[in-house]
Design a protein around this ligand. Structure first.
Ligand SMILES: Cc1cc2nc3c(=O)[nH]c(=O)nc-3n(C[C@H](O)[C@H](O)[C@H](O)COP(=O)(O)OP(=O)(O)OC[C@H]3O[C@@H](n4cnc5c(N)ncnc54)[C@H](O)[C@@H]3O)c2cc1C
Ligand code: SF4
Length: 495
């Protein structure tokens, strides 16, 4: 079968076809088409099957990439799916939205040797979409039902991955979430042109069919406390993500017409799902016909600029204080945004937002330059004297990142230790917090990160919750056995 591999010398790297700019910016559908079978086999066959698979180390889940690429090249797709899903709870989602250029594909040996990486993410998506189409993904039927109940707060990727892993082992799982739909940022943050919502809801339906209970519109801090959840469950997992938007420290940044990125994206996603959103209908969270300025350079900023283009903005400008090479967002998403007509002002930072009684009129920005690198190697950005310029705007979107909400207050539990950044302090290996039988996973532990890391954390926390619950069950069993023996010993002999 070796002749089916190592084709990177004769076959070029190729992503699935991208829809033409004019067509894709007119709707919110995903921009990449599905690989056809022949293309997936061909692209998988480019893998060099190198001795040390750097792609695997570049993947946070340590996916066994070379083996499932080999199986795909050989047409053994059911086996490829079994292998890829053994380490990843949502391979079709990671295949779509992981920043592969910074993870598996960035580490691929043939990428490093200048041949262009194997398109790992696209093949992973293809394998799992085939599994769904062929009916290989069926509801979970655990080997035996266990008595223990687990409560998970947060139905984002960390909570969902943990729920799946725990249900596989037979635990009774309930997920609580403050939103009306499950999925966390997969449903209300990330736009459909990167991840269609049916892909997320299919996973939720799968978990429901597997016996996981979802309690929506339940907010810890409003509807209950951590003590309530601990009383109702044997173990609790906190996977609530981070939602406190970082402020824009300049005059005018809280005025009318200046909005938070997640408010804007959530309104757009909800509208796409058929909900009536007054702030979208009124225009407050709708970019149609407006000159839009987005401030920030991460994934969230890229999602905002591209959403604004699709809503029919008159012009979309992105202001970022560093240069393109230092943008934290995926390079692939930045070039997609450029292709779609977004204007990038790199090395530019806002100094003030100007407004009249009618709303925002523009942003006063200044040119920056990169200075000395700090101890982490990152160059600080410094203002250039006399570099001020105006960017006209009718809508300004702040996309500067997110910090945790005050969890000790929300969960009414001062014993729940947090770091100085407000993230929950959890054991790096087990995910256990300072409160017994309470674990934490995902962004609320790491700070704003990636879906693939949230999945990894959720799976690992689930494994350690399982170990903790089995240990407690054994101890209870031993105690009961001991008590029974004592009972027998102490019982007066009956004559
Ligand atoms: C706009 C945007 C775009 C992104 N794009 C990408 C991308 O392309 N690729 C990528 O890998 N990552 C991306 N990310 C990051 C990624 O979405 C997160 O790292 C990931 O979703 C974190 O998962 P999580 O489960 O920890 O938290 P979340 O997905 O945030 O889920 C947390 C859940 O907890 C619920 N919750 C919060 N507080 C409470 C409470 N008190 N009570 C009950 N429920 C509560 C929330 O409603 C939510 O459903 C993006 C992030 C944003 C904001
Ligand atoms: S999970 Fe993400 S990083 Fe890992 S192989 Fe898939 S696309 Fe690459």
């Amino acid at each position: 079968m070796a002749e089916r591999l190592l084709k990177f010398v004769s076959i070029d790297a190729q992503m699935p076809n991208k829809r033409e700019v004019a067509k894709r910016t007119g709707d919110f559908h995903e921009i990449y088409a599905e690989f056809i079978t022949q293309k997936a086999n061909e692209q998988a066959s480019r893998c060099s099957q190198c001795g040390v698979p750097f792609c695997q180390t570049g993947c946070p889940l340590q996916n066994n990439i070379p083996d499932w690429l080999k199986m795909t090249a050989e047409g053994r797709l059911e086996e490829a799916y079994a292998l890829s899903s053994a380490t990843n709870s949502m391979p079709e989602i990671c295949g779509r939205i992981c920043p592969q250029d910074r993870l598996c594909e960035g580490a691929c040996v043939i990428e490093q040797s200048g041949h262009g990486a194997v398109t790992i993410g696209a093949v992973e998506r293809y394998i799992t979409e085939t599994a769904w189409d062929q009916g290989w993904i069926t509801p979970i039927t655990p080997p035996r039902e266990l008595a223990e109940h687990v409560g998970i707060v947060g139905a984002g990727p960390a909570g969902l991955a943990a729920a799946e892993a725990l249900r596989n082992k037979g635990y009774q799982v309930t997920i609580y979430d403050r939103y009306d739909r499950a999925g966390g940022l997969l449903i209300y943050g990330i736009p459909s042109f990167k991840l269609e919502k049916v892909v997320v809801s299919r996973r939720i339906e799968h978990l429901k069919a597997s016996g996981v209970t979802f309690v929506q519109n339940y907010e810890v801090g409003r509807n209950g406390t951590l003590a309530d959840l601990r009383a109702a469950h044997d173990c609790v997992l906190i996977a609530i993500g981070v939602y406190k938007a970082r402020p824009l420290p300049c005059p005018g940044s809280d005025g009318e017409g200046v909005v938070e990125a997640l408010d804007y994206l959530t309104a757009s996603n909800k509208t796409g799902l058929g909900d009536y959103i007054p702030a979208f209908e009124s225009g407050a969270l709708n970019a149609q016909g407006k000159r839009v300025v987005v401030i920030g350079g991460g994934d969230t900023a890229m999602d905002c600029v591209r959403t604004a283009i699709r809503q029919g903005a008159a012009k979309v400008t992105c202001l970022y204080r560093r240069d393109r090479a230092n943008m934290p967002g995926s390079a692939r998403e930045v070039s997609n945004a450029q292709d779609e007509g977004v204007v990038f002002e790199w090395l530019a930072a806002p100094k003030a937002v100007h407004a009249t009684s009618k709303g925002v009129t523009g942003v006063l920005a200044t040119r920056m330059r990169l200075g000395e690198a700090d101890s982490t190697g990152r160059q600080a950005s410094e203002e250039l004297v006399g570099g001020e310029f105006d960017v006209p705007a009718d809508l300004v979107i702040k996309a500067l990142g997110y910090d945790p909400e005050p969890v000790q207050t929300l969960f009414d539990e001062p014993a729940l230790k947090v770091s100085r950044w407000g993230t929950i302090r959890a054991d790096a290996i087990t995910g256990e917090t300072s409160v017994q039988n309470v674990f934490a996973a995902g962004d609320i532990v790491r700070g704003a990160s990636l879906v693939v890391w949230a999945i990894k954390d959720g799976r690992e926390a689930a494994e350690h919750m399982h170990q903790a619950m089995r240990k407690q069950a054994r101890q209870l069993g031993e105690a009961a056995q001991y008590a029974a023996q004592r009972d027998v010993t102490l019982k007066p002999a009956s004559f």
